[in-house]
Ligand binder design. Structure first.
Ligand code: ZN
Ligand code: ZN
Length: 339
């Protein structure tokens, strides 16, 4: 099969890959893969913290596929069914899995996260319990985007936004734009976006932000200096968490979702201490696909607006360049493997 290999930071190559099927995995034909900020960390830095990409490494964890295995029918997935694939295979045996905190499983196998190969390839093998059937009307890109939507849902769960609370989203990339829509769904009274790029601020306004600003100071001014009750941070910047804390009110809450370039961030202790902030760190997601599917089926959230660019597997390297440079108004690229 054809696969896209990351040979070294900044170096992607289309090549041949073989993987033998294991008996408890079904054969799938990958349909659409969307490119995530975490894929970009591997692309730019070759690693995310201690997860160092084996070279070559196949990226991709946000994806959909078609069942290409007669055995699928026994699990309710007949040949040709379009499915969303949860990239996470937790161990189901550790202390955290037993508590239902599958996103914290230290033994998890996560597609595309080193050393496990991801979905930027023609054929993928997955366990039936990782597959989710989709309602009518879902296309392959919608199905792939359920993964980042799930990440946003998990962060909203952690934030426990009260009805009528004021919210700021720091970083209006794909996750930030999903977070701001979900903050509306759960009843935030005001949603402010903080984002340095003008085209992303415009999109934030189009997707329901009340105001969009380029600096923390502007967000504070928009809230008469008080700041907001809950801040959701989804940047790739080492200064994102500091900006998030700057716009939180005294006694407010900050949920950090982004992964900073260079795997480090700093906080000004006096700021976070004196405000008595509650800071939570959001890690991937638990079992949220059914809720993501329901929200999308009910059109409570617009995922198509974040899928701004489309590529084939052959020209997928251009998607990484585009996203790394934030060129041409890009939010997220979709790599289509068929049709
Ligand atoms: Zn992702
Ligand atoms: Zn586990």
């Amino acid at each position: 099969m054809k696969a896209l290999f990351l040979d070294a930071p900044g170096r992607l190559r289309l090549g041949e890959y073989e993987e033998s099927a294991s008996p408890d995995h079904l054969r799938l034909r990958v349909q659409a893969v969307t490119i995530c900020g975490s894929d970009l960390h591997y692309y730019k830095e070759g690693a995310i913290g201690s997860s160092v990409a084996i070279q070559p490494h196949i990226l991709g964890h946000e994806f959909s596929a078609i069942i290409d295995d007669e055995r699928g029918a026994a699990f309710g997935f007949p040949m040709g069914t379009l499915v969303a694939v949860d990239p996470s295979e937790p161990c189901h045996h550790c202390e955290w899995c037993e508590r239902g905190e599958y996103n914290l499983c230290p033994n998890v196998k996560f597609s595309g996260s080193a050393p496990i190969h991801g979905a930027l390839r023609e054929v993928f093998y997955a366990r039936p319990e990782s597959l989710f059937k989709l309602p009518a009307g879902f296309d392959s890109a919608d199905a792939a985007l359920l993964e980042p939507l799930g990440v946003a849902i998990h962060a909203i769960d952690l934030a426990k936004i009260r009805l009528g609370a004021t919210v700021a989203v720091v970083g209006a990339g794909a996750i930030g734009l999903l977070l701001l829509q979900l903050a509306r769904v759960v009843g935030a009274s005001e949603v402010h976006a903080l984002e340095p790029l003008a085209y992303r601020r415009e999109l934030a306004l189009r997707l329901g932000a009340d105001s969009a600003h380029g600096t923390p100071q502007e967000v504070l001014s928009a809230t008469s200096g008080r700041g907001v009750d809950v801040v959701l941070e989804a940047t790739d910047s080492p200064s994102g968490p500091e900006s998030a804390c700057a716009v939180a009110r005294i006694g407010g809450k900050v949920v950090l979702v982004g992964i900073p370039d260079g795997d480090q961030f700093t906080l000004t202790a006096a700021q976070v201490r004196r405000k008595g902030l509650t800071i939570k760190l959001s890690r991937r997601m638990g079992h949220v696909y059914p809720r993501a599917i329901q929200l999308l089926a009910q059109q409570r959230v617009d995922v198509k607006a974040i899928a701004t660019h489309h590529f084939t597997l052959e020209n997928a390297p251009q998607a990484f360049v585009l996203q790394a440079e934030r060129g041409d108004g890009v939010i997220k690229s979709v790599v289509h493997l068929e049709d």
